[in-house]
Design a protein around this ligand. Structure first.
Ligand SMILES: [Zn+2]
Length: 644
C-alpha cells in the first residue's frame, strides 16, 4: 500500500462554502409562529408528495427512485411552534421584516450589492422536508467580500430562505418530520471557491461565523449553523459535502476528501498505466447468477435469499483486475466507493473479484461465475450484487456509470459529512433545481432609505467585540474569545446577570471545562441552557460547592443522571452548613493530633489533603483551608505539647 502525504498545494485543493445560519427572530419567515425546537409534538398528519414528472425533470433516474422509495411522510405539528402555514393549509404571510433586515445587515457587512427588489421563489424539494414540496427562498444580494487575515475572499450570493422540517426518523417506508423547524429563517451565504490549506478554510468559516454572531441576530448552538462545502482538486470534479456542523469536523472533512479524491486519481492513473484502453470494457456482459449463488453455503448470501424475489447479477469489468481492491490510501478503494453507492438503493454492498474467494463464497463458485461471464484473461474483474429485482437493476446501472467515471478519477456527486469527519455517498449531483415565482407574495422593494437606516446596525469589528466583552465582564482576552466562540455566550450573560458568581469562573467552566469533557468523547447536547442555569443557581445559593460544577456536568454528559438534582444526590455533594463543616474539621484535626504535635504549622498541607478527601464537593475548598488554619493556630497557641 502506497501512503503519500497529500500536499494541498500540489493537488490544488479548492474549497467553496455555503453557510446556512438560522436567524434569531421572534417569529418564522412566513408566519407568526415562534422559532423554537420542541420535544413533544401534538397532531400528526400524513402526506404523499407527488411532484409531476416535469417538475422532477431536472433530476435523473436515481433521484426519481429516491422519491419513489419514500412511500409515506408523516408530519408532526408542534402546537406552539407551527400553524396552518407549515401544514401548507394556509398561504404564507408577508416576509418577516426582522429576518429581512438581518439578511440586509449581513449584505452591508460583506459589501454585497443588495437587489432592488426581493422576489420570493419556490425551489422544488423532493425529500419531503417541506409540506408544500418546495422551499421558499429569495436572493438578497450578490458579490462582496470577506477579509480573512490578509486574504480577501469573494462572496457569490446572499439569500434569505426558510429552514426545512426536522427529520425525526426514516425506516425505509415511513419518513417522519417535525414541523417546529420548518419556516425558521435562514441566511445562506455562498463564498467564491478558493485554493488553500484545510486549516485556512477553517479560519474562513470561523471568521464568517464570528461576523454573523457579532450581529447578535443569529441563533447559536449545535445545528444552528450548517455548512455545505464544495471540494475539488486538480483534474477532478466538484464534490458537494452537505451537513458540516462544526469547525473541527470541517477540517477533517476537507482532509478526508483531499485523500479520497487524490486516491481516486491515483487509481485512475494506475489503471491507465497498467492497461491499454482497448483492454478496458465496463459492464459489456451482465449475467444472472442467482442459480450459482443459491447453491452457496455463504451466510451473507443465504441471508439475502431469505427475502422473496431476490436475485443475483454478475457484471464483467474488463481490465479492472487489481483495480477494485487497490488502496492508495487506507480505506480508499473503488470497491468501498461502490458499496456506498449501492447503499442508496438499500443494498448492503457488493462482492468483487479482488476480494474473492471470501465471505463464504468458494473458489469453485468464483470460477463458475467467471465461466458464465466468459472471463478468460487475468486482467478482467467482476462484481456480484444481490437484492430485490428493481433495486438491483438500478444499482447495476449506477455501478457501470460510476466505474466509467472512475477512468477519469473523481466523479461529481453529493456526499454527506459524518460526525467523525469522513464523507459518505448520498446521491448524484442534481442539476440546478428549478425555481418558480411564489405567487402568494408580491415582490418587496428595497430602497436606499431602508439601507441607510440599517447602516448603523452593521456589526462592529471582531476586535471591538472582544474588547467590549472583555471589559464588560473583566475577562482576559483569551477567555473572552473562548466564551464568544462557544455556544454559551447567552447563558453566560444570563448567569452573570442573575447571580453573584465571578464572570471569570462562569466563563472558564463554560469553555475550558466543557471542552475538556467533550474531548473525552462525552455528549454536550445533554447540557442545555436551562440545566446550566439551574446548576449555577445552586452554586449561587450555596447548595453546591464550586468544585462540584464539573462533576455534575460530567454525570449529565455521561447520561448517568437526568437532572442536576439527581447528579447531586448520586454524587453526595450537597453543601454542608458551616456548623457541620466545623465539626468535621475538628474531628479530622483530633484524629491527626500526633502529626500536629510533631510538625506544628507544617501539618497544614497534610490536613488539607485529608479534609478534601472527605469534604470535596461538600464545601468550598478555600473555606475549608481557612477553617483548618484558624483551628490549627488555636491548637498550637494552647500549647498542646505541655498537656502530656
Ligand atoms: Zn406557523
Amino acid at each position: 500500500m502506497v501512503v503519500v502525504a497529500t500536499d494541498p498545494t500540489s493537488i490544488n485543493l479548492k474549497v467553496g462554502f455555503e453557510i446556512h445560519q438560522q436567524l434569531a427572530t421572534k417569529s418564522k419567515l412566513f408566519c407568526n409562529c415562534r422559532c423554537k425546537e420542541v420535544e413533544k409534538y401534538g397532531l400528526t398528519f400524513i402526506r404523499r408528495l407527488r411532484p409531476t414528472r416535469s417538475e422532477l425533470g431536472v433530476y435523473d433516474n436515481t433521484a426519481i427512485f429516491e422519491f419513489k422509495k419514500m412511500r409515506t411522510i408523516k408530519y408532526h405539528s408542534a402546537p406552539d411552534a407551527s400553524c396552518l402555514v407549515e401544514a401548507d393549509e394556509e398561504p404564507p404571510h408577508q416576509v418577516n421584516r426582522e429576518a429581512l433586515e438581518a439578511a440586509l445587515v449581513f449584505s452591508l457587512a460583506l459589501c454585497s450589492k443588495v437587489a432592488d427588489e426581493m422576489h420570493v421563489m419556490r425551489k422544488i424539494v423532493i425529500d419531503g422536508s417541506n409540506t408544500s414540496g418546495f422551499q421558499r427562498t429569495m436572493l438578497v444580494a450578490t458579490g462582496g467580500y470577506l477579509d480573512v487575515n490578509s486574504r480577501r475572499i469573494g462572496v457569490q450570493t446572499i439569500c434569505l430562505e426558510e429552514d426545512a422540517a426536522k427529520l425525526i426518523s426514516d425506516d425505509g417506508t415511513i419518513r417522519e418530520y417535525g414541523l417546529d423547524r420548518l419556516g425558521v429563517p435562514l441566511v445562506e451565504i455562498a463564498l467564491e471557491p478558493i485554493k488553500g490549506e484545510p486549516e485556512e478554510m477553517k479560519q474562513i468559516a470561523l471568521t464568517l461565523g464570528r461576523l454573523l454572531r457579532a450581529s447578535k441576530r443569529v441563533v447559536r448552538g449545535l445545528g444552528s449553523i450548517r455548512q455545505d462545502v464544495n471540494i475539488s482538486i486538480d483534474n477532478g470534479a466538484i464534490v458537494e459535502v452537505k451537513g458540516v456542523q462544526q469547525l473541527d469536523q470541517l477540517t477533517k472533512v476537507i482532509k478526508y476528501e483531499m485523500l479520497r479524491q487524490h486516491g481516486l486519481l491515483l487509481i485512475s492513473q494506475k489503471l491507465k498505466h497498467d492497461r491499454k484502453p482497448e483492454e478496458i470494457a465496463i459492464g459489456d456482459r451482465i449475467e444472472d447468477v442467482t442459480d450459482i449463488m443459491k447453491k452457496s453455503s455463504s451466510k451473507i448470501i443465504k441471508t439475502l435469499f431469505a427475502e422473496n424475489d431476490n436475485l443475483f447479477k454478475a457484471i464483467r469489468i474488463k481490465g479492472f483486475d487489481g483495480i477494485l481492491g487497490f488502496e492508495p490510501y487506507p480505506d480508499i478503494r473503488i470497491g468501498k466507493q461502490l458499496s456506498e453507492l449501492v447503499g442508496f438503493y438499500d443494498i448492503g454492498g457488493i462482492f468483487h473479484s479482488d476480494e474473492l474467494p471470501n465471505y463464504g463464497i468458494t473458489k469453485d463458485e468464483v470460477d463458475t461465475v467467471k465461466k458464465r461471464l466468459e472471463i478468460v484473461t487475468n486482467n478482467d474483474a467482476f462484481i456480484i450484487i444481490g437484492g430485490h429485482n428493481d433495486k438491483v437493476k438500478l444499482a447495476v446501472e449506477s455501478i457501470i456509470q460510476r466505474l466509467k467515471a472512475s477512468l477519469n478519477g473523481v466523479p461529481a456527486e453529493t456526499r454527506s459529512a459524518t460526525l467523525e469527519g469522513k464523507t459518505i455517498y448520498s446521491r448524484p449531483r442534481p442539476g440546478a433545481a428549478r425555481m418558480y415565482p411564489e405567487t402568494d407574495i408580491s415582490p418587496i422593494p428595497i430602497n436606499k432609505s431602508i439601507l441607510d437606516s440599517l447602516a448603523n446596525n452593521v456589526p462592529a469589528s471582531w476586535n471591538d467585540v472582544i474588547d467590549t466583552l472583555s471589559k464588560k465582564f473583566n475577562l482576559n482576552k483569551k477567555l473572552a474569545v473562548q466564551i464568544f466562540d462557544s455556544d454559551y455566550l447567552d447563558i453566560f450573560q444570563e448567569i452573570v446577570k442573575s447571580t453573584k458568581i465571578q464572570p471569570t469562573f462562569i466563563a472558564s467552566k463554560l469553555t475550558e471545562d466543557i471542552v475538556g469533557l467533550k474531548r473525552r468523547g462525552l455528549d454536550i447536547t445533554t447540557l442545555n441552557n436551562d440545566i446550566i442555569f439551574d446548576i449555577f443557581k445552586k452554586l449561587d445559593a450555596g447548595i453546591i460547592a464550586k468544585e462540584s460544577i464539573t462533576w455534575i456536568f460530567e454525570k449529565l454528559m455521561k447520561k448517568e443522571s437526568k437532572t442536576p438534582d439527581e447528579a447531586i444526590a448520586v454524587l453526595g455533594i450537597t453543601q454542608i452548613s458551616d456548623q457541620e463543616l466545623q465539626i468535621k474539621i475538628d474531628d479530622i484535626l483530633r484524629e491527626n493530633m500526633s502529626i500536629i504535635v510533631d510538625k506544628k504549622m507544617g501539618a497544614l498541607g497534610m490536613l488539607m489533603g485529608r479534609s478534601m478527601d472527605i469534604l470535596r464537593g461538600k464545601a468550598d475548598g478555600q473555606k475549608i483551608n481557612s477553617m483548618i488554619k484558624v483551628k490549627l493556630e488555636e491548637i498550637l497557641k494552647s500549647d498542646i505539647t505541655t498537656e502530656e
